[in-house]
Design a protein around this ligand. Structure first.
Ligand code: COA
Length: 405
């Protein structure tokens, strides 16, 4: 069962995820990336020169454009990785950091490198407005400012806001607004319980963000900022956003900053270094479907990764489906249950057992690695098992990974 050629996760860490308007909003995503890249190797005593390839997902392009381009290359150099380090900045929307991990897996399997790192980094609140036309001036008429964060819907090219597609498709699957609010309520409750049990404290997936101040003590952020108390009544009163029939500020994730990093190598290499793997990667795939069907893509990608691994959803003790909105885990578990209501409930019980992005936050490029490590640490606590994590990304792209602990 344990093959020397297995690819294992030996270290995984993230920053806390911020709220919209707090101290982290001023830290460039590159700097957040540097923090996790340094921490993920320090924790296991790996030196920067041992990491041969770093794949780095970041998809709010307008934010890192403040530092121009190639954030991966900038971050690796500033974090102290050698000039020879191979890095790649990639944008597969919210899927990006799992895509980064999949590329690391490929590189190791191809024998190109032995140790690789996947990073996801985003600072959505720092995103500036864009002023197209400002360079050449406006001969006559208004100069327009564009907010790249607003609606997150690619409407310049005729696509709908994600919240509209997710809400409409959810209703087509008979996943109502009430069900989405109930999922959101449980996400907050599950996170609160997990936090009370010490699961989201510094040391496992979390590292602190330290922000030096000109005068006085630094600001230290040690926990996710978005989780909040709520009630079904309060959720029901919220109005829908972006023209969606069901999505509200309560059943959507907040707009966040945060970074995550995962370090991988072969089992043989880990053994040689005396490192205890956090999890073994069983299989990892990507997929895509009709852009409007974004709420269904986690299910389709989970089915694809299960088929690739020759496994069944019932083999999984845990499921993570990113709460891009509450619609995604609900629609996707319903598809996976294949019309069996009892099975649908069972799958929901196994999904996001410590809460999800609605409570934790969703710095888009970072979240895929976050759900992967959240699941790995939970499998560890439970003494082992298999888990599958899946995420949807802009215009219905998907990534999924199966882990064994
Ligand atoms: C949904 C969204 C527009 C809300 O933005 P916002 O209006 O700045 O959010 P706020 O936190 O101020 O919440 C709005 C209101 O709802 C309330 N609210 C939010 N969550 C709540 C909850 N769980 N329970 C009760 N009330 C809640 C807030 O208190 C606030 O009330 P107020 O107006 O009386 O102060 C924004 O978070 C967003 O765009 N999220 C989606 C991001 C996204 O698309 N990510 C990618 C997915 S693919």
């Amino acid at each position: 069962m344990k093959d020397n050629k297995d690819i294992v996760i030996v270290s995984a860490v993230r920053t806390p995820y911020s709220k919209f308007n707090t101290a982290m909003k001023d830290i460039p995503s590159i700097d957040l990336g540097i923090m996790v890249m340094q921490e993920v190797i320090e924790r296991v005593g790996i030196k920067p020169e041992e990491v041969e390839e770093i794949n780095y997902g970041s998809c709010v392009v307008a934010e890192f454009a403040l530092e121009l381009d190639v954030p991966a290359r900038q971050a690796t150099l500033l974090a102290g990785f050698p000039v020879e380090n191979i890095s790649l900045t990639l944008d597969r929307a919210c899927c990006s950091s799992l895509t980064a991990l999949r590329l690391c897996i490929r590189a190791i399997k191809a024998g190109e490198v032995e140790i690789a790192m996947a990073v996801g980094s985003e600072n959505m609140p720092r995103t500036p407005h864009l002023a197209p036309g400002a360079r050449w001036g406006t001969r006559l008429g208004h100069l327009t400012l564009i907010d790249p964060l607003f609606e997150l819907g690619y409407h310049a090219k005729g696509f709908s806001p994600v919240a509209v597609d997710a809400g409409e498709v959810a209703l087509e699957y008979d996943v109502t607004r009430e069900m989405q609010d109930e999922w959101a309520y449980k996400s907050q409750q599950k996170y609160a319980n997990a936090y009370a049990e010490g699961k989201f404290r510094i040391g496992e997936e979390l590292m602190p963000v330290v922000i030096p101040q000109r005068r006085g003590d630094p600001i230290i952020i040690e926990k996710d900022e978005s989780p909040r108390e709520t009630s079904l009544e309060a959720l029901a009163k919220l109005r829908t956003v972006y023209g969606s029939p069901t999505v509200t500020a309560g059943n959507a994730p907040p707009i966040s900053a945060g970074s995550s990093a995962i370090l991988v190598m072969t089992r043989e290499k880990a053994r040689g270094k005396g490192l205890q793997p956090l999890a073994t990667i069983v299989s990892s795939v990507a997929s895509a479907t009709d852009p409007r069907d974004i709420a269904t893509i986690p299910a389709l990608t989970i089915q694809k990764v299960l088929d690739t691994a020759g496994m069944n959803i019932d083999d999984m003790s845990l499921i993570e489906i990113n709460e891009a909105f509450a619609a995604m885990p609900l629609v996707s578990t319903k598809i996976l249950a294949k019309g069996d209501e009892k099975k649908w409930k069972e799958l929901q019980e196994k999904t996001n057992v410590n809460g999800g992005a609605i409570a934790i936050g969703h710095p888009v490029g970072s979240s895929a690695a976050r759900i992967t490590m959240t699941m790995a640490y939970e499998l560890q606590r439970r003494g082992g098992g298999y888990g599958v994590a899946a995420i949807c990304g802009g215009l219905a792209q998907g990534e999924a990974i199966i882990l064994r602990v």
